[in-house]
Write a protein that binds this ligand. Structure first.
Ligand code: C2O
Ligand code: CU
Length: 524
């Protein structure tokens, strides 16, 4: 294993990814930022200098579990104080499992300004993966607004609520029209990460099947699909063979699913070498599945199982079951997203510091609610009383215990609307025990859990009016967020915080301190 030193400068620069000139956040001049390539077991030391001038920042390494380094998770308000303009913060962690991951800003809505990129962790030399290919390519997909992240976030926090709206464009590797070149006859591994802020996306390569082989760093029992539904925070590797008519190019279509599209299809080109990349395919770009075909998406998520040779079975039972009802509510007239009727409002002193340094008064010591009154709750109708509260309570888990997280979807504030929420867990991978449509029944549904070959992931969709059941081992000392990965949802409260084993950690680095009540700790 080697140690890689990276020096990053974060700043605003004008970019025109879809021909509209806008301030984007760049990493060393790039948006998406540079792809990090490491080998399993490597240590990454990333020195981040904030040159945003008027904004704080923090960067999260999404999918990297940060075992033993919870202070490098990059979640502002949870594991660290923000990095102030002009300051440099050093993240140091080990990439302990091969796979495809990502990084992105975890401060306000900066992710949607383009501060994001891909992390490739390669298998150690001599290790054989359960699939083969000639070459590989990386693909970052995201949605793009012409309004700045500041305008978006300000609108969301206004009493006169101003929704971000549908994105203006869909981008591949930061480009409207991107060109992916392949040599006819060769087989490719495409590593795909969705850094979308809002949209669930469908990626289709005209005339080419895709074989899904990896999801969130875990090998998948290979499945062939015509197109791939990918939710914000998810990564996949797919195998694509350049086996079609070599005399032409093909469309790569990126489409919004699960929300009524107000965005044109993202059209990129699959270019068959040596044809000119400018030769337009003689066909129409793929339009993807029907945007409101929930069953189509539900069925594709259910296809993803662990590769038979790489199964790490989940514990057969759990010590604790936490049911999390997802609703859209109002708090003092403001629109907020809630979990069990509470909208997360991060304290000014990050939880990790508060807990380790026993600054108990900086957040509520009342445990967060672990269920909702499901007996008579109708998930299909609009709440009669949409009022909820802000809160900063957390779930404190017994170290090494096994925990089930059950996500329950419901109707939003308008009738006949239930959104898709991609939930992401920091610090762990969970087993995906099951998905269902309708209301989760704690007596019956667990009987049908997949305990045989569930996939392990760090991000999963919660489908409209559905539920998703997850299990994980609370074996990583730290404070970890579990939240909806839609930027505009987490920003207005859609998340919870979990703590385990903080008392086992050694001294916290002073570099994460300095805000809120942790000011006094850095002065001493
Ligand atoms: Cu990729 Cu907390 O998120
Ligand atoms: Cu959401």
């Amino acid at each position: 294993a080697t140690v890689q030193h990276l020096k990053w400068e974060i700043k605003y620069e004008y970019r025109s990814p879809d021909c509209f000139k806008k301030l984007s956040i760049t990493v060393n001049g790039l948006s998406p930022g540079p792809t990090i390539t490491a080998t399993q077991g490597d240590t990454l030391i990333i020195q981040v200098t904030n040159s945003l001038i008027t904004e704080n920042t923090a960067i999260h390494w999404h999918g990297i579990r940060q075992r033993g380094t919870p202070w490098s998770d990059g979640t502002q308000g949870i594991t660290q104080c923000p990095i102030l303009p002009g300051e440099t913060f050093t993240y140091q962690f080990v990439v302990d499992r091969a796979g495809t991951y990502m990084y992105h800003a975890h401060y306000e809505m900066q992710r949607s300004a383009g501060l994001h990129g891909l992390i490739r962790v390669l298998v150690p030399e001599g290790t054989v993966e359960p699939f083969s290919y000639d070459e590989e390519r990386s693909i970052v997909v995201n949605d793009w607004w012409h309004k700045s992240a500041i305008e978006q976030s300000t609108g969301l926090l206004s009493l006169n609520f101003s929704w971000v709206g549908e994105p203006q464009s869909l981008l591949i590797n930061g480009r409207g029209p991107f060109v992916l070149t392949m040599v006819p006859g060769k087989t490719y591994r495409l590593r795909i990460a969705s850094l979308a802020s809002l949209s669930a996306l469908n990626l289709e390569i005209e005339g080419h099947d895709m074989i899904i082989v990896e999801a969130d760093g875990h090998y998948v029992d290979p499945v062939i699909v015509k197109n791939l539904n990918i939710y914000s925070g998810e990564t996949y590797s797919i195998i694509v063979k350049a086996d079609q008519d070599p005399s032409r190019n093909y469309w790569i279509g990126l489409n919004v699913i699960s929300r009524k599209p107000g965005t044109p299809t993202g059209t990129s080109i699959l270019n068959y070498y040596p044809i000119s990349p400018f030769k337009v395919p003689p066909t129409l770009p793929p339009t993807g599945p029907l945007w409101n075909d929930t069953l189509y998406r539900f069925n594709q998520t259910k296809l993803i199982k662990s590769h038979p040779d790489h199964i790490e079975p989940p514990p057969p039972t759990s010590n604790r079951v936490i049911i999390l009802l997802n609703t859209q509510n109002k708090v003092n007239g403001y629109i907020r997203w809630c979990v069990n009727n509470v909208s997360l409002n991060l304290p000014t002193t990050p939880y990790l510091i508060a807990i380790k340094e026993k600054l108990r008064h900086v957040f509520s010591q009342k445990p967060a609610l672990e269920t909702y009154k499901y007996k008579n709750y109708d998930i299909h109708s609009v709440l009669k009383n949409p009022n909820a509260t802000l809160g900063n309570s957390i779930h404190r888990l017994e170290f090494n215990s096994t925990v089930d997280l059950i996500l329950q979807n419901a109707n939003a504030l308008s009738s006949n609307i239930s959104e898709t929420h991609p939930w992401h867990l920091h610090g762990h991978d969970f087993w995906v025990l099951g998905y269902g449509l309708g209301k989760f029944d704690p007596q019956i549904d667990p009987k049908n859990y997949n305990l045989v070959d569930p996939i392990q992931k760090n991000t999963v969709p919660l489908h409209p009016y559905g539920w998703t059941a997850l299990r994980f081992q609370a074996d990583n000392p730290g404070v970890w967020s579990f939240h909806c990965h839609l930027e505009a949802h987490f920003f207005i409260g859609m998340g919870v915080v979990l703590e385990e084993g903080v008392e086992r950690l050694g001294k916290l680095p002073k570099s994460i301190m300095g805000c809120g009540q942790s000011k006094s700790l850095v002065r001493t």
